[in-house]
Design a protein around this ligand. Structure first.
Ligand code: APR
Length: 253
């Protein structure tokens, strides 16, 4: 039996004991769908300067430039599909009695893959927020017919309903994420460089409370050395492997 098979069987045995599960995902889970990550070799922060595009100051200074960038990203995301890894997490939401999905991603792929109860820590690129009234609306227009888009109700410019650098995360969503991390028995950490706070503190909180940490990432991260299971592999490969064993009843049930 390979080391990977041994790890998978040990993990499936843990999962079959009915643990409370939390999952934290980052850009890496959408990489196999063809969506660029932020800090990888061809990551967005290698091609663009975050402070010129993903901050309130940048938007105030040049809303057109910021919206042109988000319109481009929406075009890329809209042309791609969630993959098997996203679909496994959507299935697990129904399979496990206690399951919370927390994501840093704004691409909406978890929702498109069928997940319903998602804590979107950094917002959603398919939502816009009126800069005057604060109202949030879904907007799937791609490309956008006008840039910057305006609020249909009051005519003010709307902004992407995403969290920019220097901004607070949605407080209720963050509270729920902390609560899920503090009470879970198992936390999967999939496709994140575990670098950006406060999301990066969630696995540390879970581990502090005794949860088992399962990392899925082809690259090591600051979390890897303390993870109970570290699968140095792609999300689209490992998550289906775990799911197959879970369904087949393999592993010491
Ligand atoms: N499967 C799993 N992980 C992968 C894959 C894959 N196929 N491909 C790449 N990864 C990993 C990379 O090794 C890296 O550790 O995904 C991680 C992506 O890291 P980042 O690009 O830093 O993305 P993320 O961790 O989500 O960034 C957090 O930073 O810029 C902000 O708001 C932005 O939500 C984002 C936050």
């Amino acid at each position: 039996m390979s080391e990977l098979e041994r790890q998978l069987d040990e993990l499936v045995e843990l999962l079959r004991s009915g643990p409370k599960i939390a999952v934290l995902t980052g850009a890496g889970i959408s990489a196999e769908s063809g969506i660029p990550t932020f800090r990888g070799k061809d990551g967005l922060w290698r091609q663009f300067r975050a402070e010129e595009l993903a901050t309130p100051q940048a938007f105030f200074r040049d809303p057109r430039l910021v919206w042109e960038w988000y319109d481009w990203r929406r075009g890329i995301i809209g042309a791609k599909e969630p993959h098997a890894g996203h679909r496994v997490l959507a299935r697990w939401e129904r399979y496990f009695p206690h399951f919370v999905l927390i994501t840093q991603n704004v691409d909406g792929f978890h929702r498109r893959a069928g997940s319903q109860n998602i804590l979107e820590l950094h917002g959603n690129i398919w939502e816009v927020r009126c800069t005057k009234e604060g109202t949030i609306a879904e907007n799937y227009e791609s490309p956008l017919p006008e840039i910057p888009p305006l609020c249909p109700a009051c005519g003010a410019i709307v902004r992407p309903n995403v969290v920019w650098f220097g901004e607070a995360l949605p407080s209720e969503t963050l509270e729920e994420a902390y609560a899920a991390s503090a009470t879970c028995d198992v936390m999967f950490v999939v496709g994140t460089s575990a670098y950006v706070q406060p999301a990066a503190s969630l696995p540390l909180l879970a581990a502090e409370r005794g949860a088992k940490i399962i990392e899925v990432n082809p690259e090591p991260t600051p979390l890897s050395s303390s993870a109970d299971f570290a699968f140095l592999a792609k999300a689209g490969e490992v998550l289906p492997l775990i799911d197959e064993r879970l369904l087949a009843g393999r592993g010491q049930a």
